[in-house]
Ligand binder design. Structure first.
Ligand SMILES: [Zn+2]
Length: 534
């Protein structure tokens, strides 16, 4: 148990802020401040329904004054440019230092940010955030006199949790569903745990353990076993007396950094029980490592296209998984485009196909210059990620155009999805959707666009739909009559061994399948991170 005074009789002052991106070090794209949706002030608070005055959380044991700092979130992408990272970090830290005394911080981050020149960006950021919080102290006093603000991190389960990152964070929790349908619940849980600890005077112990297993998200969806049961068990662990939260991270497979691997953190007042539960969960994860399978049937690009063409299930969806922008892919590979147009049934128009989301600002501008109905000859994609076939030359007809300004920015579930100039071009039976900036196509609205001036493309009317995505997000999942996960090349290749990690700590599954004798395994003893002294 802990030794801090409960905060009673006055409102709590809790900051909210963080920087979130998932960035692939195998993707040549570079993320900059421009890729981040930045919110401050009331706009930041509006992200979190529980900051409203009438929410039960804001009234839990007394009122809370929520202090908006800086929140920055980006669509996944390539490594963040150092200067962009420093600009965002500096603003977050400066805003904490200017906020005045704080009881705590709801730290809304992803956990898989890669920055040029750093190997553990979240640890770097968190150390700076911790120093700034200790500088401001709490309304009851300075950090060295018992007034040390608490940090409660809300993370994506695809984040990485190094010891250096976890040590200065009082509370850590992560999503329990993939796809992340619980993203807002995670943030609320982080806020609730923080308020509870402050009101009850608790500074929890943390049991931390990493599991030397690195798996892609497409093998760890919680729609399937063994991830389903592993994640479902967290709620039960959390209910044990003396435990406050249990979290399991799959880690991020497409960064080549020593910290990349699965991790478990169990938080609570009972350090012995927290350690036992963390170790039990880590052991279960390790033992299940070979049971994780792709969320659906997989195949090479041509194999998937042939099966889809021959099928009577419509629409038949195919994931172009190696170039998925929402995992960090460049989103500009023309690899699948080339394979689609190499298929006679599609090229001749006997079978219709839709392929949205190749990023190419020059090709989009040429389509706008030509206008709807015009014939255009384009060199499409392959300009950012040049390693997988380069641009693809085609001649087609401009079918539809949509201006960025006609679309509303969306920032749901944490990712930043903005309006972009978009052009649809038809070649034979294929309709190709080109975008001027990286953009996912995950919902029906992404295809149709706004009622006024939209693309008005309905993916349900095509025979085959090839999306740059991994596992299907809910609306695509519901519309797919059948589906294949194509194991295509790119910055987020599902075949990890094909990518060539050099800097991850070894041994690591699946790279070192034979590192342990039968019946033996890695040391999964939990490290006790004691309560951060108030
Ligand atoms: Zn994720």
């Amino acid at each position: 148990m802990t030794s801090t005074e409960p905060v009673t009789g006055r409102p709590l002052r809790i900051g909210i802020g963080g920087i979130g991106i998932e960035s692939s070090t195998f993707c040549p794209h570079r993320s900059t401040t421009d890729d981040f949706r930045q919110t401050r002030g009331q706009e930041l608070l509006d992200r979190y329904a529980w900051t409203r005055e009438d929410s039960d959380l804001t009234c839990l044991g007394g009122p809370v004054e929520w202090v908006p700092l800086l929140h920055a979130t980006s669509l996944p992408g390539g490594t963040v440019e150092a200067e962009s990272y420093l600009t965002l970090k500096d603003e977050l830290v400066t805003r904490i230092r200017r906020a005045g005394p704080l009881d705590g911080l709801v730290y809304d981050i992803h956990g898989a940010m890669s920055v040029v020149g750093l190997t553990d960006a979240e640890a770097d950021l968190t150390e700076a955030v911790r120093a700034a919080l200790d500088f401001v102290g709490t309304p009851d006093g300075a950090a060295d006199r018992g007034g040390r603000p608490m940090i409660s991190a809300a993370m994506d389960l695809h984040g990485n949790v190094s010891r250096r990152f976890a040590a200065p964070v009082d509370l850590l929790t992560a999503h329990r569903l993939a796809p992340h349908e619980d993203a807002w619940e995670t943030r609320e849980r982080a806020a609730r745990n923080l308020v509870r600890c402050l009101r009850e005077g608790r500074r929890p112990h943390r049991a931390w353990v990493q599991v030397p297993v690195l798996l892609p998200g497409e093998k760890t969806s919680t729609r399937l076993e063994p991830a389903k049961s592993l994640y479902a068990s967290l709620a039960g662990i959390e209910k044990l007396p003396g435990i406050l939260d249990a979290a399991l991270w799959v880690g991020y497979a497409w960064a080549d950094e020593p910290r990349c691997r699965a991790a478990v953190v169990v938080t609570g007042d009972d350090p012995g029980l927290a350690a036992a539960e963390a170790e039990r969960l880590a052991r279960r994860y390790w033992e299940a490592r070979r049971d994780f399978v792709f969320v659906g049937p997989t195949g090479g690009a041509d194999e998937c296209i042939e099966k889809a063409v021959a099928s009577d299930k419509r629409p038949f969806l195919i994931s172009d998984s190696g170039d998925n922008p929402t995992a960090g892919g460049a989103g500009d590979l023309a690899y699948m485009l080339a394979r689609l147009l190499a298929n006679d049934a599609i090229r001749s128009g006997r079978v219709t196909a839709l392929h949205p989301g190749i990023t190419d600002p020059v090709a989009v501008a040429r389509c706008f210059a030509a206008g709807v109905g015009a014939e255009v000859t384009l060199s499409v994609g392959g300009k950012v990620d040049t390693g997988h076939g380069g641009p693809y030359e085609l001649t087609g007809t401009v079918e539809a155009l949509q201006r960025a300004t006609d679309q509303k920015d969306r920032a749901e579930g944490g990712a930043y999805d903005r309006g972009v100039d978009t052009a649809a071009v038809r070649v034979g039976g294929l309709t190709l959707i080109l975008v001027a900036h990286r953009k996912p196509f995950h919902t029906l609205a992404d295809f149709t666009g706004p009622a006024d001036g939209g693309l008005n493309i309905d993916p349900r009317t095509y025979d085959v739909v090839v999306v740059k995505i991994g596992y299907l997000e809910p609306e695509l999942y519901d519309m797919a009559a059948d589906w294949l996960l194509a194991l295509t090349p790119g910055g987020v290749d599902q075949d990890l061994e094909r990518l060539g990690h050099h800097r991850v700590e070894r041994p690591l599954y699946p790279f070192d399948e034979d590192a342990y004798e039968e019946g033996a395994g890695p040391d999964l003893t939990a490290v006790h991170l004691p309560p951060l002294a108030p």
